[in-house]
Write a protein that binds this ligand. Structure first.
Ligand code: SF4
Length: 267
């Protein structure tokens, strides 16, 4: 029996037709209901017997606290308490006042003081906190220059590319395919900027998860029998401002945040 850790894993098994034969409004709502165990997976008549046998009763609720990341955050905060953060602010071209260095995460203030205490205008999950603290510690402060490259072209990117596709690009593509407000929400909630089409994409959005670390999300709609596609691009200076592990974590965090938003709205 395979384990299911979140509703998107169930959603990926469904045909996406939103036919309502399961008495839910959408396949996404059905996936949430199965995950919450208010519905059995066999209530969808379009699933193969083999899939039902493999996933029936396979819900496994994950720990809400990622202990590894919580520990990493504490270590990074301690490291920051040992550096001169006024100098770090200068390196990052970030404001420093009242003993606090402030950076913007998706346009919202995130501050850390000389003792390593964090304060923020928005809830920052571990997927954002680890890259943000790593950025404060290690970013060279190099300004992005608007030349975009793929994850595979980043230093250390090739060996992690398969996971990156699986955990970051594919979930976002699935959401974009079914949740038409994805890009509108990217603009509104995460202070994104729509830019002129990149490589003939139908939609190109630039987000600033960190001030000197933009990402560009491009989506191509399905056309003439060709599947849709979605890719995330990085500024060519990204390696100077964040290590590959943090880039991966941050991209995964973006995908997870949008999965949550899509589930909330789609359900
Ligand atoms: S989960 Fe199955 S039955 Fe329910 S809407 Fe989707 S395809 Fe139809």
């Amino acid at each position: 029996m395979s384990h299911i850790n979140n509703p998107m894993e169930i959603f990926k098994l469904l045909n996406g037709s939103n036919c309502r034969e399961c008495n839910e409004k959408t396949c996404l709502a059905f996936a949430v209901a199965v995950f919450k165990e208010t519905k059995q997976i066999h209530a969808c008549p379009y699933l193969d017997k083999e899939v039902i046998e493999r996933y029936g009763g396979a819900i496994e609720k994950p720990n809400t606290v990622d202990e590894y990341k919580a520990e990493a955050i504490e270590i990074l905060k301690q490291k920051i308490s040992l550096i001169d953060i006024c100098e770090a602010a200068k390196r990052l071209s970030a404001p420093f006042s009242n003993n606090k260095l402030t950076i913007k995460i998706f346009g919202k203030n995130f501050s850390i003081d000389t003792k390593g205490n964090i304060s923020s205008e928005i809830h920052i999950n571990a997927y954002m906190a680890v890259p943000a603290l790593t950025y404060i510690l290690n970013s060279s402060g190099k300004f992005p220059n608007g030349n975009w490259i793929t994850f595979r072209e980043l230093s250390g990117g090739p060996s992690r590319y398969a996971h990156f596709q699986q955990r970051c690009e594919k979930p976002l593509k699935r959401i974009a395919d079914t949740y038409t407000d994805l890009f509108k929400d990217m603009l509104e909630i995460f202070d994104g900027k729509q830019i002129v089409s990149h490589i003939d994409s139908d939609i190109s959005i630039v987000l600033y998860p960190l001030p000197l670390f933009p990402i560009m999300v491009c989506y191509w709609k399905p056309e003439d029998g060709l599947e849709s596609s979605l890719h995330i691009y990085f500024d060519v200076t990204s390696d100077d401002n964040l290590d590959i592990e943090s880039i991966y974590t941050l991209s995964e965090g973006v995908a997870l945040m949008f999965e949550k938003i899509a589930l909330r709205h789609g359900a």
